[in-house]
Design a protein around this ligand. Structure first.
Ligand SMILES: [Zn+2]
Length: 259
């Protein structure tokens, strides 16, 4: 509650209050062992999204700001990624598949990541802390920019030139979209992004319908995709950094060079 109150009062422009809120959240999370699960705490990127919508006079908070996006299932994110968590769990189908179905296939463009469900889960665990930090970094940067521009910066998804916006603001997601080799327009970009990032593919029915409900809502109100893109971009950033580290280790492996 303190975390939410502080964030709310920060109005997304008081950096000190935002930092204290983050500290409260970290303390709350880590003062038990194992750490407390953050089941009902609103996410940073979701709170800031709705705050910026308010400033930009987009009435989305009223319509979708409540718990679970007013029944649309919005923003009940998997704690490891940008996908919707399966009902009653904190993880998505992809990250749960190690316990649900060992043979589950990863749908769509990200199938090249970790090959088996067990290694996906392990990778997700290893990256969790960096993933959360990347989201927080991106949010701080964009919220400050938005505020300093007196709410005129195009931080939120625009109505036109959406692909340019994506390339500037979410370059890694844009690259993924480019690899899909589809013809992208302002009116179909959201569907293409959802097909890449939030495809229900071979999931069992009840989970497929959860994804379907989320996707339908976002196609109706494209601006709502924003928190998903924040999480996907942050996830891809951490993935790229991890890969570069591997490369670095290979280059510097062997005997240390004398200086
Ligand atoms: Zn996930």
């Amino acid at each position: 509650m303190t975390y939410v109150t502080l964030l709310g009062r920060s109005n997304a422009d008081n950096i000190d209050l935002m930092n204290v809120a983050t500290a409260v959240k970290i303390l709350y999370h880590h003062t038990t062992h194992p750490p407390r699960e953050e089941e009902s705490a609103p996410l940073l990127e979701v709170m800031y999204f709705f705050l910026m919508c308010d400033y930009a006079k987009l009435p989305l908070k009223k319509l979708y700001g409540g718990q679970d996006g007013r029944g649309a299932g919005l923003y009940r994110f998997c704690k490891y990624c940008w996908r919707t968590a399966i009902p009653g769990r904190l993880i998505c189908y992809e990250h749960a598949s190690v316990v649900v179905d060992g043979s589950a296939e990863v749908p769509a463009a990200l199938a090249t990541e970790a090959k088996t469900p067990a290694s996906r889960r392990k990778q997700a665990n290893r990256q969790k802390q960096d993933f959360d930090a990347a989201i927080s970094e991106l949010m701080t940067k964009e919220v400050m920019e938005f505020h300093e521009s007196e709410f005129t910066a195009d931080a939120l998804l625009p109505k036109s030139n959406r692909r340019d916006w994506l390339t500037r603001r979410r370059p890694r997601v844009a690259k993924l979209l480019a690899q899909a080799s589809v013809t992208v327009t302002d009116s179909n970009i959201i569907e293409h992004l959802l097909a890449l990032l939030h495809h229900s593919g071979s999931m069992p029915g009840v989970w497929r319908s959860t994804y379907g409900r989320v996707n339908t809502t976002i196609i109706e109100v494209p601006e709502l995709i924003w928190p998903i893109l924040v999480r996907a971009e942050s996830w891809l950033l951490v993935r790229d950094r991890t890969r570069n580290n591997w490369g670095g280790k290979r280059e510097n492996s062997g005997r240390p060079k004398s200086r």
